[in-house]
Design a protein around this ligand. Structure first.
Ligand code: COA
Length: 431
């Protein structure tokens, strides 16, 4: 049977595909903006037919209806990262959170999380019978390889991306043609605080550096302040529209990269149509699985690797809480530690945690101790630079006393007196 015949024979409606999911199955859903929303809608519409289907998903950018009240007996969400649409489900016990480094996730499909069904979005097949996983390769390629049943929404709006991001038509068990816009992520709002943070981070970035940009408003905002740099490169878990602007301005060229020179390397993309148009068929984009892109030993092969991530709180020892507010899980480790460790091993590398000094002006994000129950994402031995709108604290290789002093210097002035009093209690010396 030719691949065209195979494709035609395995094409069906979303309703027919949903009937291939069974009670008790573990279903892995493609990450972030690659989410096959039409398949999820059909699965949720068929909820009455299922009991205890486990949905393994990382950032759920769609409506996550399977995690809403009333769905508990049908679906159980297993979040590898908690996002805006799934925070309530985890906080209210309708789902679970699995702590993980993003780079470890593909391996779970061979160990603790064997996959029954993978729900993915692909491009229509090319002339060689290959479909691209488009904007999200990450753990999705491994899910396709390991799932007993692979159900694909074939969406002509999905960019065909280059790199090890394609699957053969025969790797997929059923095709559901359905065009929909790729889920957009709006560019972050940049106010005076983000601007000041961006300017401070820019001081740590040198011409020829290779950048990783984390998730959230701050890492993307930083790009706006790099317009004077030259020959920057990208090796990042993800990137967004800001990279397209700097590429068009000739600031990001990837020319001096020591690994994959000339290429934008990432494992997934989140942005607007501008980014997706940039990605479609771009021979300079290398979208690869997360166990390659986020492997600290791969990252470290980039000289002058600079990682830029954000967090929730930093304590005076330099412990970084990035994923929970006290015990409440609000996101995940993602690639933060993968990249901080990769940057640490890179020749000339720097790892930056950048954050506003306060939560909406009300409480300090630099604290004497983390909120009770908070998860430490980046430990005090891994932390390198911490940046706020008030400056830069370099912590790596510094004593606890030096760390506390430099963190207090970049705390919001309204909270410095309290932190200084804690310093004097803890170190038995005047600040
Ligand atoms: N105390 C109380 N609430 C806090 C807080 C704190 N110390 N810090 C943040 N919050 C709240 C915010 O007010 C916001 O609440 P809202 O949604 O009600 O407005 C919410 O937590 C999210 O914070 P915000 O700063 O708006 O998020 P962001 O989109 O800028 O993302 C992180 C920041 C830390 C959540 C994000 O960078 C992250 O998940 N990091 C960990 C993973 C990572 O670094 N991955 C990188 C590789 S992709």
């Amino acid at each position: 049977m030719s691949w065209n015949e195979y494709y035609a024979a395995h094409t069906m409606t979303a309703e027919a595909a949903a009937a291939l999911i069974h009670s008790g199955d573990r279903v892995v859903v493609q990450h972030a903006c690659g989410e096959p929303s039409h398949l999820l809608d059909a699965m949720v519409a068929n909820a009455a037919a299922y009991e205890n289907v486990e949905l393994v998903h990382m950032v759920a950018m769609g409506r996550a209806e399977y995690a809403q009240p009333g769905m508990e007996t049908h679906f159980r969400h297993n979040a590898l990262f908690v996002g805006g649409t799934t925070r309530a489900a985890i906080a209210q016990g309708r789902g679970d959170f699995t702590p993980c480094f993003f780079s470890d996730v593909p391996g779970f499909f061979e160990t603790t999380l064997p996959v029954d069904v993978a729900l993915v979005t692909v491009t229509p097949p090319n002339e060689d019978g290959k479909c691209s996983l488009g904007v999200s390769v990450d753990y999705t390629l491994a899910a396709v390889k390991h799932a007993k049943t692979v159900i694909a929404q074939v969406n002509r709006n999905m960019p065909f991306t280059h790199g090890p991001s394609t699957v053969d038509v025969t790797d997929i068990h059923c095709f559901v043609p359905f065009d929909a816009p790729i889920i957009p992520l709006a560019p972050p709002k940049i106010g005076p605080v983000e601007e000041a943070i961006g300017k401070n981070v820019a001081q740590l970035v040198r011409d020829g550096d290779t950048l990783q940009l984390g998730i959230g408003a701050i890492p993307d905002a930083v790009l706006k302040f790099l317009t004077e740099k030259k020959d920057l490169g990208i090796h990042s878990e993800m990137f967004s529209d800001g990279v397209v602007d700097l590429a068009r301005a000739g600031v990001i060229t990837n020319a001096r990269k020591t690994l994959h020179p000339g290429k934008y390397v990432a494992t997934f993309l989140m942005g607007t149509q501008k980014l997706y148009d940039f990605a479609d068929g771009n021979p300079n984009l290398y979208l690869a699985p997360v166990d390659y892109v986020n492997d600290p030993f791969v990252i470290a092969q980039n000289d002058n690797m600079v990682s830029i991530n954000s967090c929730v709180q930093v304590d005076l020892m330099g412990q970084v809480a990035s994923e929970s507010i006290g015990p409440m899980q609000i996101s995940g480790t993602g690639g933060q530690v993968d990249f901080i460790r990769g940057a640490a091993r890179s020749r000339g590398g720097r790892a930056i945690i950048a954050m506003p000094s306060t939560v909406k002006g009300k409480t300090s994000k630099i604290v004497s101790v983390l909120d009770a129950g908070a998860a430490v994402t980046t430990c005090r031995c891994d932390v390198d630079y911490v940046v706020t709108e008030y400056g830069i604290a370099h912590l790596k290789g510094r004593t606890l006393r030096e760390r506390a002093r430099s963190l207090i210097q970049i705390a919001h002035p309204d909270f410095q007196d309290g932190l200084k009093a804690e310093f004097e209690r803890r170190f038995q010396t005047a600040y």
